[in-house]
Design a protein. Structure first.
Length: 201
């Protein structure tokens, strides 16, 4: 029997599959394009520099560097580094697989070049998985309320801002990003539950 919290977790798959249907039918390309130009006309060029820094943090080399740092810190390598690293790895494999299967081309209005497929957004999906994995791990060992609030705010905010930067720079459609967030969150929640179950043995 599936518990209520399990239903809520599986509901995270809904935005991903809805986005997938939209992509396969081409139903939202006009809307996605309007979103990009609205963001550019409203916020550019004021956010160019901070968004460039943030989007760079989602690149594979930056993600690997973050995981490596978590793995080499003695006090947290097992409790934080390993689960966060495994969750991020699963997300990366799932993302690459989904991109290959869907094969959605990148937007024509990209502000810098990206060569891989577009759906779902790797930056949005992998950052959501990584930061939620980091959040779940840290909340088990951090007891001070103020620290927990700061950690939660940071880990929840980062993947959302990361995804927005991808739309801002025109390297992803909004549907790529929203679907990436949803699937990344699903992988983080399920992955952390599985890791905890095996770690207790």
């Amino acid at each position: 029997m599936i518990k209520e919290k399990d239903w809520l977790t599986y509901l995270l798959l809904a935005p991903f599959f809805i986005g997938l249907i939209f992509v396969l039918t081409g139903a939202t390309e006009e809307f996605d394009t309007k979103v990009f130009y609205w963001i550019q006309n409203t916020f550019a060029p004021f956010l160019d520099v901070p968004f460039k820094i943030i989007t760079t943090l989602g690149n594979p080399k930056s993600v690997i560097a973050i995981i490596v740092i978590l793995l080499i810190i003695p006090k947290i390598n097992k409790t934080v580094g390993i689960p966060t690293g495994l969750i991020t790895l699963v997300s990366w494999v799932a993302n690459e697989t989904a991109k290959a299967l869907v094969s959605r081309s990148r937007p024509e209005f990209m502000l810098f070049e990206e060569t891989s497929y577009s759906f779902p957004s790797g930056h949005a999906m992998n950052s959501m998985a990584m930061y939620l994995g980091l959040l779940f791990s840290l909340l088990l060992i951090v007891k001070k309320k103020k620290a927990r609030i700061i950690i939660s705010a940071f880990c929840i905010t980062m993947p959302f801002v990361m995804g927005i930067t991808r739309v801002y720079f025109g390297v992803h459609f909004l549907t790529d990003v929203v679907s990436g967030w949803a699937l990344g969150a699903f992988i983080a929640i399920i992955g952390f539950r599985i890791y905890r179950r095996f770690a207790k043995r």
